[in-house]
Design a protein around this ligand. Structure first.
Ligand SMILES: Nc1ncnc2c1ncn2[C@@H]1O[C@H](COP(=O)(O)OP(=O)(O)OP(=O)(O)O)[C@@H](O)[C@H]1O
Ligand SMILES: [Mg+2]
Length: 328
């Protein structure tokens, strides 16, 4: 089983939509998926579930059905993680650990635990590895892949979520902000990996902890937020710089003449703007590539749905290859 996080500290590039679509694509091709919403904004959860169900999961008090509920004993200092509730989209094939706005309360607890691990403090290790252990429990024997959606920052929640991941995939927009984000992200990932590898030597003997490899499997260029009024030249300029910045910042391997994005093996996909398919999919509460005429996908939309299916199918295949996971 592989755990893959989708991460970029620049917000709004399309991470959550991407993870949602990939989860459905994997699940429909024989790869059982556990999707985990580790972003306190909980947008991923809101894509999967309707408002009635969200209201049931987020009552006024305990929230036993969300990630926050499973972490509550740690947050209150009364014990270890509880078994996570899984919301099944397809039984034993596509499950979600629902997110929760309350998860933001875990940020301080995690910031505090990180330095305390250096002192071999067992409760600090339990806190630091809570996401990892929750995900392993949730995935049990059924899931082949865990996909993690996180928020856009380099904070303590994301550090812990990334340490729980075998691999990371970086969705990027072809603009200045994403390139700047990428420059911060590579060194942050390296620092987290290195410190965790030192901390592994001090871990409590009986605790199941992640290895913290966080191997970067590549980037995905998200083109939907390119402003249509902007000249193509300016978009192309940022796009052309991505391969070089990725090699230098993420792989720590500067290239004097990096490949073009089209030829770059680290480029997993250039994802299009799917225009009206996205609002239609949100309304129908299903992936864009499963839209039917009854959902409003008629006329030119039929071809757009097919293209969208092919785009996500080939992206899912590339990710499955990198993860060593078999897909039908
Ligand atoms: N390929 C696409 N085509 C059209 N619209 C898209 C596409 N991908 C994402 N969007 C839209 O872009 C907006 C931002 O997407 P999303 O919420 O997935 O970004 P995010 O990176 O998860 O944001 P955050 O950093 O806040 O978590 C949403 O309105 C979404 O519907
Ligand atoms: Mg998001």
């Amino acid at each position: 089983m592989k755990t893959i996080a989708f991460f970029n500290n620049k917000g709004g590039v399309g991470k959550t939509s991407l993870v949602y679509h990939l989860a459905w694509m994997f699940a429909s091709h024989g790869v059982p998926v556990l999707a985990a919403d580790l972003d306190p904004q909980a947008n991923h959860t809101a894509m999967f579930l309707n408002e009635e169900r969200l209201e049931e999961l987020w009552p006024d008090d305990e929230h036993p059905g969300t990630i926050y509920g499973a972490l509550r004993p740690i947050l209150r200092g009364t014990g270890d993680i509880a078994d996570p509730h899984i919301e099944w989209m397809i039984p034993e094939t596509l499950g979600l650990i629902p997110g929760d706005l309350g998860l933001s309360r875990f940020e301080d607890k995690l910031s505090d635990a990180w330095p305390r691990c250096h002192n071999r403090d067992e409760s600090a290790y339990r806190t630091m590895t809570a996401f990892y252990r929750l995900l392993q429990r949730g995935a049990g024997q059924w899931a082949k892949i865990i996909l993690i959606d996180v928020g856009p920052n380099l904070g303590a929640i994301n550090r812990s979520a990334l340490i729980a991941s075998d691999q990371v995939c970086l969705p990027l927009a072809p603009d200045l902000f994403s390139l700047q984000g990428l420059k911060n992200l590579g060194p942050a990932l390296r620092e987290w990996r290195n410190i965790w590898s030192d901390l592994l030597e001090k871990k409590p003997r009986n605790l199941d902890v992640p290895r913290g490899t966080i191997e970067s499997i590549g980037y995905i260029v998200m083109q939907h937020n390119i402003r249509e009024s902007r000249p193509v030249k300016s978009y192309q300029r940022w796009l052309d710089r991505i391969p070089g910045v990725y090699c230098e910042s993420v792989e720590n391997n500067p290239q004097p003449s990096p490949p073009s994005p089209e030829k770059d093996p680290n480029n997993l996909a250039l994802l299009k703007h799917y225009h009206s398919l996205m609002p239609m999919a949100m309304e129908a509460r299903k992936p864009m590539f499963f839209l039917k005429p009854a959902d409003g996908a008629i006329g030119a939309h039929v071809e757009a749905v097919r293209t969208c299916y092919n785009d996500f199918h080939s992206l899912a295949r590339r990710i499955a290859d990198k993860a060593g996971v078999m897909m039908n």
